[in-house]
Design a binder for this molecule. Structure first.
Ligand SMILES: *[C@@H]1O[C@H](CO)[C@@H](O)[C@H](O)[C@H]1NC(C)=O
Ligand SMILES: *[C@@H]1O[C@H](CO)[C@@H](O)[C@H](O)[C@H]1NC(C)=O
Ligand SMILES: *[C@@H]1O[C@H](CO)[C@@H](O)[C@H](O)[C@H]1NC(C)=O
Ligand SMILES: *[C@@H]1O[C@H](CO)[C@@H](O)[C@H](O)[C@H]1NC(C)=O
Ligand SMILES: *[C@@H]1O[C@H](CO)[C@@H](O)[C@H](O)[C@H]1NC(C)=O
Ligand SMILES: *[C@@H]1O[C@H](CO)[C@@H](O)[C@H](O)[C@H]1NC(C)=O
Ligand SMILES: *[C@@H]1O[C@H](CO)[C@@H](O)[C@H](O)[C@H]1NC(C)=O
Ligand SMILES: *[C@@H]1O[C@H](CO)[C@@H](O)[C@H](O)[C@H]1NC(C)=O
Length: 798
């Protein structure tokens, strides 16, 4: 619907523009007409260049170049018939000697709603009542002029329908009478002015005024009655004046005031009870106060039931009274950034239960009182950057249940108590860059000081960003890598070995989490095997990506083979082997006939030899299981002391690689005889109700079932481990027998291996007994999968 309307609107506008270019281009001997989107006329009037842009019924812009005088009657007629426009503007053109009404009639404008007259050069002549005579429909007027020192009192008498007036002029003095006729005025902006002395009744007749800006008007002093009569004012901007004080009751008449802006003034103090009568106040902005406003009056923002936003920045605040925000519970945003605050009273935010954003950055805060933030349960953003904080104690952030963004860069933080964020379950970004953190506390234990390494993030999961760059970490902590964060920046630290001391074991939420990005550069990382293991682990098992060039200093010799296969030994062995091979080849070539004869005689009886070559193929088995099943898997499934011990090959493997275990999976390389190119990796999932709850807690049963059926090269081993679970029971019942097996079955291992090799397994390879193989496979039970490989001729090969 909305789209249709858009299309129609666009089409209408396009037609209008095309129509404009075709129909409206007026012919005038002084002008050349062109333009694509709107009509553009370039005119030469008595040697003065004038450019006119127009869109019929919308706007006409007239721009003069080098015209200190202009004969307006020679301008071209821009509209065929007299038509009305939304706005007409003159840029850098001289004041007409006739009225604007006459000038407009001349160029074909019957009426306009808005008139803009801008001249950045020295204007010669003065405005006069006659200039605006006859513009009965004008509602908006902008005068941006230089060089006029006076506007006559009766200037606006004939345009009393104005609702919007903007006067920018550097040398204007405004009289009391000037605005009297403008009874309908809603917006008045006076800027770039020089009116040090402002008369107290200047605005008193403007009883509909909603918005008043005296921006940069060099008002240094106001009478306390200035706003008398301006009863409905909602927005007031007194920025960039030289104000150094405000009368205490100046805002008293402004009962509807919603927004007050006070940029760039020179207040050295603010009066007490300044906003006492401004119950509607929503926003207060005090920025760039040129004089140090050391403190705020007590209760300044107290008792304002509608107050939402307070910004007091770059004002030299040193202390803030404890009750400054008292009893104003709707405040959502507070910024006290760029001041000189050293400490905040503990109860200052006690009533701010709705606060969403608190910016205290760029101050000199040295400590945070434990209860300072205790009411801020809805706070989403907290900025404490560029302060002088040294320590954060345990209670400080415990109430910030909604926090999503915490910035604490550029402090002197050395200590952060542990479990700081354990209450917060949000997808948080935490930046602690540029501090002195190493998470190594010293603790007095039995009369000796001991180094105590505890990460405050041990119980913090799924952060969007953990930025610990530019600190003093010497070791990394396990939780950084396994708690499921999205971005981890630990660059610019002093970490040599990124593998935490208690070796990383299991990711806690391995369920298809998005790729994690890791920044690690500018650490003195060692180029030895532990680093290789680490890189391999986080990239392959934890789905992380090292974004920066963290290992660039290790050079091109840094690669994985070296650490995993005892690289050098192998190189030497290969060298020896190739020497021997070379020797044999030379010998064979020299004595070929003799050898042929010998082989025929000796080896002819081995059927294998000389016939089709069988290739040894590597087959990787990847056993996956969940944390809770770890013990069971170790003690039961891979136990060699039980009856059901795994086949010899797997036993041997486990024996050799007792300690090489990677995050809930064991990888086993076996050899299977079969046709070439059958290298395969099979995942064997130890599927229990524990596994189900860890990996699929939020997935519905049908999805799990179909996912299990779809998974390729995966075999599910159903193990009744963990609490009883009807979903588990159902999945076990409905399992696809071609892809799953129950641990309690007889001859478990034999059947599993046949499944793995899709029936091609060589009995010899796995030490199977012939009888077991013949018993297998059982007939497929009700299942939907369509592949029939298991029944294929493969097992006849066995
Ligand atoms: C405007 O006039 C000045 C001096 O009369 C001249 O130097 C300048 O080139 C003129 N600019 C244009 C755009 O005609
Ligand atoms: C404007 O006019 C005044 C007096 O006529 C003169 O002193 C001043 O230099 C002029 N300024 C500019 C920018 O032409
Ligand atoms: C404002 O007043 C100051 C000093 O009184 C003066 O230097 C400055 O030029 C004035 N600004 C304007 C726009 O008149
Ligand atoms: C401001 O106006 C008052 C009275 O109109 C006058 O007494 C005072 O001297 C004026 N101040 C300045 C700085 O012009
Ligand atoms: C107030 O804070 C909220 C939450 O951070 C933010 O979304 C909003 O833009 C802020 N409002 C203003 C006016 O800055
Ligand atoms: C401290 O010493 C006591 C008695 O010698 C001992 O029981 C306790 O375990 C020690 N504590 C630590 C943390 O070493
Ligand atoms: C971490 O903070 C530093 C310092 O502000 C910044 O340069 C870096 O980009 C941040 N890292 C990430 C990943 O955002
Ligand atoms: C890094 O750690 C080593 C010892 O572990 C220390 O000598 C060195 O000063 C540290 N460097 C920095 C920049 O902290």
């Amino acid at each position: 619907m909305y789209r249709k309307v858009m299309y129609v609107a666009v089409a209408a506008l396009t037609l209008q523009i095309i129509g404009a270019a075709q129909l409206m281009c007026p012919s005038d001997p002084n002008c050349v007409c062109g333009g694509t989107l709107a009509v553009e006329l370039n005119c030469n009037i008595d040697g003065r260049m004038v450019t006119i842009n127009l869109l019929p019924n919308i706007y006409i812009n007239i721009k003069c170049e080098n015209a200190s005088s202009l004969d307006y009657s020679k301008l071209p007629k821009c509209a065929n018939e007299m038509s009305s426009f939304k706005s007409v503007s003159f840029k850098d053109c001289p004041l007409p000697s006739s009225s604007f009404k006459e000038v407009l009639s001349n160029i074909g404008v019957s009426k306009t709603m808005a008139l803009i007259f801008q001249n950045a050069k020295n204007l010669s002549g003065y405005f006069d009542r006659k200039h605006f005579a006859g513009l009965d429909d004008l509602t908006k007027l902008l005068l941006s002029i230089n060089g006029v020192t006076r506007l006559p009192d009766n200037l606006f008498v004939d345009i009393n329908k104005l609702t919007w007036l903007n006067i920018r002029s550097n040398t204007i003095s405004l009289s009391e009478e000037l605005f009297k006729p403008l009874e309908k005025l809603e917006t008045l902006e006076i800027s770039h002015n020089h009116m040090t002395n402002i008369s107290s009744n200047l605005f008193s007749h403007l009883s509909f005024l909603r918005k008043l800006s005296l921006w940069q008007s060099n008002v240094t002093w106001f009478s306390k009655d200035l706003f008398n009569g301006v009863d409905v004012l909602e927005e007031l901007d007194l920025s960039s004046n030289g104000l150094n004080e405000l009368p205490a009751s100046i805002f008293k008449p402004l009962r509807k005031l919603k927004k007050l802006t006070l940029f760039s003034n020179k207040f050295s103090s603010l009066p007490n009870n300044l906003f006492k009568n401004n119950g509607e106040l929503e926003t207060v902005v005090i920025l760039n106060n040129d004089v140090k406003l050391k403190e705020l009056p007590k209760y300044l923002f107290g008792d304002l039931p509608n107050l939402r936003q307070i910004y007091i920045q770059r004002s030299g605040l040193e202390t803030v009274p404890h009750d400054v925000f008292a009893n104003s519970p709707l405040i959502t945003n507070i910024s006290l950034a760029y001041n000189d605050i050293t400490t905040l009273p503990e109860d200052i935010f006690n009533d701010q239960i709705n606060l969403l954003e608190l910016d205290l950055s760029y101050n000199k805060i040295t400590e945070l009182k434990p209860k300072l933030f205790s009411s801020l349960v809805r706070l989403e953003r907290l900025n404490l950057c560029h302060n002088s904080l040294v320590e954060i104690s345990g209670q400080t952030f415990s109430s910030l249940l909604s926090l999503i963004d915490l910035e604490m860069e550029h402090n002197n933080l050395k200590t952060i108590s542990s479990y700081l964020f354990s209450n917060n379950k949000q997808h948080m970004s935490i930046s602690l860059a540029y501090n002195q953190l190493d998470f190594e506390g010293t603790e007095l234990i039995n009369d000796t000081w001991q180094i105590n390494k505890i990460s405050p993030f041990a119980e913090t999961y799924n952060l969007k960003l953990l930025n610990l760059s530019h600190n003093e970490f010497k070791v990394s902590f396990k939780d950084w890598w396994v708690n499921g964060h999205e971005n981890i920046d630990v660059s610019y630290n002093n970490i040599t070995n990124p593998m935490p001391e208690d070796e990383i074991t299991c990711p806690l939420n391995p369920v298809k989490k998005p790729m994690t990005h890791v920044w690690l550069s500018e650490n003195p990382l060692s180029c030895e095997c532990p680093t290789v293991y680490f890189v391999d682990l986080i990239q392959n098992d934890l789905n992380m990506k090292i974004v920066d060039d963290a290992l660039g200093h290790c050079g091109i010799l840094f690669f994985h083979g070296e650490c995993y296969t005892k690289f050098y030994v192998i190189i030497i062995l290969m060298l020896i082997a190739s020497l021997i091979y070379l020797g044999i080849t030379v010998y064979v070539v020299r004595n070929r006939p003799k050898i042929n004869a010998f082989l025929k005689k000796r080896l002819g009886f081995i059927p294998f030899f000389g016939k089709r070559r069988q290739v040894k193929n590597a087959h990787k088995l990847n056993f996956k299981y969940c944390d809770k099943d770890e013990e069971f898997v170790r003690k039961e499934i891979f136990s060699v002391t039980q009856d059901k011990k795994p086949p010899k090959l797997i036993q041997e493997y486990l024996e050799q690689n007792r300690n090489e275990r990677r995050c809930n999976s064991i990888e086993i390389l076996t050899k299977v005889y079969g046709p070439p190119d059958t290298f395969k990796r099979t995942t064997i999932v130890i599927f229990s109700s524990n596994y189900l709850t860890t990996h699929y807690s939020h997935v519905d049963i049908k999805k799990i079932h179909s996912e299990m059926l779809k998974m390729e090269n995966t075999i599910f081993v159903f193990v009744d481990n963990g609490s009883e679970d009807s979903i588990y029971a159902f999945l076990k019942e409905q399992r696809d027998v071609k892809k799953s097996i129950v641990w309690d079955e007889n001859d478990f291992w034999d059947k599993l291996i046949i499944m793995i090799s899709e029936g091609r397994a060589s009995a010899k390879t796995f030490n199977l007994k012939k009888k077991n193989i013949e018993k297998f496979p059982s007939k497929p039970v009700k299942n939907t999968a369509s592949d029939n490989e298991l029944d294929s001729p493969t097992h006849s090969q066995v």
